[in-house]
Design a protein around this ligand. Structure first.
Ligand code: MF3
Ligand code: CO
Ligand code: CO
Length: 259
């Protein structure tokens, strides 16, 4: 069942989203060669708690940390470790979900560690553009499949693989709610997008094959060909006007984006 949020609930989700934005902006600043993924986890968790939030990935289905930190061929759900120090030339995806006053926000970015290859830079840029093309379809009256199609077609036009094992999702009091928001599919299909819907658009894009497998830790998803992958995610709300508000990107304005 897709839950429709009222304006009071949307305001609470906005507060959660804005806290998560602050947290992820701060996390970007600490990414550098030598820092461990466990250090980043500790930094993020402290920032969330200082802001009055709860790191909801911690303990989710037994997940042991407050962030997912996925490096290079790791697509998602990389578990932070004190034994993993970032290396110059890598890319790292930091995916964080938090709750504030009982309402969730979920966002992810992929960032370079020091200097990276032009190929990896392009992968990050195309993954972000996949998000924007999808998010632009998130308007009253469209279907979820319009988002899916926009993401998939841009990724594949660039020769990349769309990871199909995981999807975006509704979000609210729970981290994962209906509907699923796949990164692949046909336009004109799926649930109709309506004001009050809140969901995450999160392309997971691989430079090579889209096929992935899970490591023996029970979480980390890795590309089968070990080519790098990128991930970019925001939590969106469909406003009373029928337009997508980016809850995890405060101050964002669609007009400026078109220019
Ligand atoms: N943030 C993830 C998502 O985008 C979910 C994290 S899985 C967890 O849906 F186990 F780390 F919580
Ligand atoms: Co996420
Ligand atoms: Co998500």
């Amino acid at each position: 069942m897709i839950s429709i949020k009222n304006p009071i609930q949307l305001a609470k989700m906005r507060s959660a989203g804005h806290l998560l934005y602050d947290v992820l902006m701060a996390a970007r600043e600490v990414i550098r060669p030598g820092i461990t993924t466990m250090d980043i986890n500790a930094f993020v968790e402290e920032h969330i708690r200082k802001g009055g939030g709860i790191p909801t990935e911690l303990g989710y289905c037994g997940y042991p940390a407050s962030i997912c930190a996925s490096i290079d061929d790791e697509v998602v759900h990389g578990i932070p470790s004190k034994d993993v120090a970032l290396k110059e030339g890598s890319i790292i995806s930091i995916d964080v979900t938090l709750a504030l006053d009982g309402w969730q926000a979920d966002s992810c970015f992929t960032a370079p560690v020091g200097r990276i290859s032009a190929e990896k830079q392009k992968l990050i840029q195309v993954t972000e553009e996949c998000f924007w093309r999808g998010a632009r379809q998130a308007v009253n009256g469209n279907r979820i499949g319009d988002i899916s199609y926009a993401v998939q077609s841009f990724a594949e036009a660039n020769g990349y693989g769309v990871v199909k094992d995981l999807t975006g999702h509704g979000i609210g009091k729970d981290m994962h709610e209906d509907p699923a928001v796949p990164n692949f599919g046909a336009p004109g299909h799926g649930p109709r997008i309506r004001p009050g819907m809140t969901f995450c658009v999160e392309p997971m894009i691989a430079m090579g094959t889209w096929k992935v497998h899970q490591l023996s830790d029970g979480w980390t998803m890795v590309t089968n060909d070990h080519a790098p992958a990128a991930h970019y995610e925001h939590t969106l709300a469909i406003t009373p006007k029928g337009l997508p508000e980016l809850l995890t990107l405060p101050g964002f304005n669609w007009k400026e984006q078109e220019e």
